[in-house]
Ligand binder design. Structure first.
Ligand SMILES: C[S@@+](CC[C@H](N)C(=O)[O-])C[C@H]1O[C@@H](n2cnc3c(N)ncnc32)[C@H](O)[C@@H]1O
Length: 275
């Protein structure tokens, strides 16, 4: 993974981002995330009141679907900054009021401007330094500006075949969960955001979650496939799943009987206190 040098010493205790954008599975992942979650994300953005002239920051913008929506929404009177440690997909976007920067939200200097709204989705869940990152984001909100963060809780509602016959928990999925725990991921992260936003002194704090039943041919199954395939080497090397079990699980994603509840996507929002 290529990260812009900040001149700071490299922190070798921090595991590298697992699903980096250089992987050939990244476009499939971003397409699936967009298909599954953009409608809900856009509703939350509209409910926060994003309008013409706003200055917005999309952190860890990935494939850029939300950055593009924001840029169109704020119009030429507004401006959107979209950042990512690997902005290769953001850089292909040609939107006049959208500025793209390579930027590590943990360690690179913050933008000098302040924002009416900052949005991130599935970024902080990957960062052991999330607390520092939340404080950094709040520090560049305008008074009254909104922080909207959306993150997975992948533990609270696992598949439950005894209650819902047919739901499966693939061995590969459990292997991926264990790999993430081993690397220090908090897989409940999304549901903790509400309390954390309150504790950080934000006002008008709210949170809502959404989840889907994933089936063969759906964006959910495409997301699972992209993530499993990108982690294939690490999953098999870890010994949590054999190559044979991995192959069988990939085939099950194409089975018309496949059903598995998705992670819960929590959206949490709050405003910086007006001065
Ligand atoms: C799971 S993807 C989500 C992408 C997009 N937000 C979405 O929901 O479709 C996580 C994104 O965060 C970026 N990322 C990971 N660590 C980052 C960091 N420290 N600073 C900025 N971006 C980061 C990754 O490169 C990737 O594009």
């Amino acid at each position: 993974m290529k990260i812009k040098s900040t001149g700071a010493p490299v922190d070798t205790t921090v595991p590298p981002y697992l699903l980096d954008n250089a992987g050939r599975e990244a476009p499939a992942r971003f397409g699936a995330l967009s298909a599954m979650f953009d409608t809900g994300t856009i509703r939350h953005l509209e409910e926060r009141g994003v309008a013409r002239g706003w200055q917005c920051w999309e952190v860890g913008g990935g494939g850029g679907s939300i950055a593009t929506w924001l840029a169109r929404r704020v119009g030429l009177a507004g401006r959107v900054l979209a950042t990512d440690i690997d902005p290769r997909f953001l850089e292909t976007l040609k939107v006049p009021n959208l500025e793209v920067r390579r930027h590590d939200i943990v360690s690179d200097p913050l933008p000098e401007e302040t924002f009416d709204l900052i949005h991130a989705r599935l970024v902080l869940v990957h960062l052991p330094q999330w607390q520092k990152v939340l404080q950094r984001l709040i520090s560049v909100l305008k008074p009254g500006g909104w922080l909207l963060d959306e993150e997975f809780d992948s533990e609270s509602v696992p598949p439950e075949p005894s209650t819902s016959p047919g739901e499966v928990f693939l061995k590969t999925h459990e292997a991926m969960a264990q790999l993430m725990r081993d690397r220090g991921f908090d897989r409940y992260y999304g549901r903790l955001l509400f309390g954390r936003f309150r504790a950080l002194g934000l006002t008008e704090v709210g949170a809502e979650a959404r989840m889907f039943m994933m089936q063969s041919g759906s964006a959910g199954a495409a997301l699972l496939r992209a993530n499993y395939e990108q982690l294939r080497g690490a999953l098999v090397d870890s010994g949590y799943v054999t190559e044979r079990e991995f192959q069988d699980d990939l085939s099950r994603l194409d089975d018309s009987s496949f059903m598995m509840p998705s992670s819960m996507m929590w959206a949490a929002w709050g405003r910086r206190v007006s001065t």
